[in-house]
Design a protein around this ligand. Sequence first.
Ligand code: BDR
Ligand code: CA
Length: 311
Amino acid sequence: PQKIIIDTDPGQDDAVAILLALASPEELEVLGITAVAGNVPLELTAKNARIVCELADRPDIKVFAGCDRPLAHDLVTAEHVHGKTGLDGPDLPDPTMPLQEQHGVDFIIETLRAEPEGTVTLCPLGPLTNIATAFQRAPEIAARVKEIVLMGGAYFEVGNITPAAEFNIYVDPEAAELVFRSGVPITVLPLDATHKALVTPPRNEAFRALGTKVGVAVAEMTDFFERFDREKYGSDGAPLHDPCVTAYLLNRDLFSGRFINVEIETVSELTRGMTVADWWDVTDRAPNATFIRDIDADGFFTLLTERLGRL
Ligand code: BDR
Ligand code: CA
């Protein structure tokens, strides 16, 4: 299996991304989960990551707490989407599995040094603070990363936290800039793709109809998460952003995009955190990321539902 580190700020959609990975041990080996401050503060994301592992009956997964604030700005959170706990919806027990003592950033550095070069994929599902901090502290590890597959950014779909920026990149644009300039092969799952992965009522019923603890919890998470998009935008259902990262690792054929240059705006007050994507190749800046624009949404939900049924 492909070795991965999931870097995350759960978040209901992060939770589903983690569950999909844990449901796919033949393809994905989760070396560890590093929590970062994002949707809610670090204390809660580190707790939620463990709640999700226990929901999947995997208390053996190592969960680490990483950075509690972005590199250069105050933390911006998203309780308006995810609720006070970050994982509002299902009634899940507090975790009993331990939080690892090691700092998440040290775990990332140590793992990349210990594993053979080019064998570990990083999967960031939140602000890029932990990954950027690891690259800052140990610059030589970047060359050892196989690839980064991340959820973040937007171009044609522009912003969901400001008119110009997507949440994960907006929260820590300095970290994003560092990661996008790291030279590591990057695949970006931006809003352009994830806004096509909508949990419509029949798709949510399919989760519930699994009849398992996991299926029902996922249905309750997306019920909660959904109310925001439904009430605010009258959309058909909530976009399931972060599981697109896991699904991409499982079946790249479900996705399409272009290898292009992507730069991060860090200066402008108005457009801070914007992912300036040279989709039309109008600059001579070198490509640094595969920017996904399309997803086979039916194929994605079929895969997701079938895999969740295995837990
Ligand atoms: C991203 O922001 C968070 O709220 C979600 O978990 C996802 O990672 C979408 O913009
Ligand atoms: Ca997230």
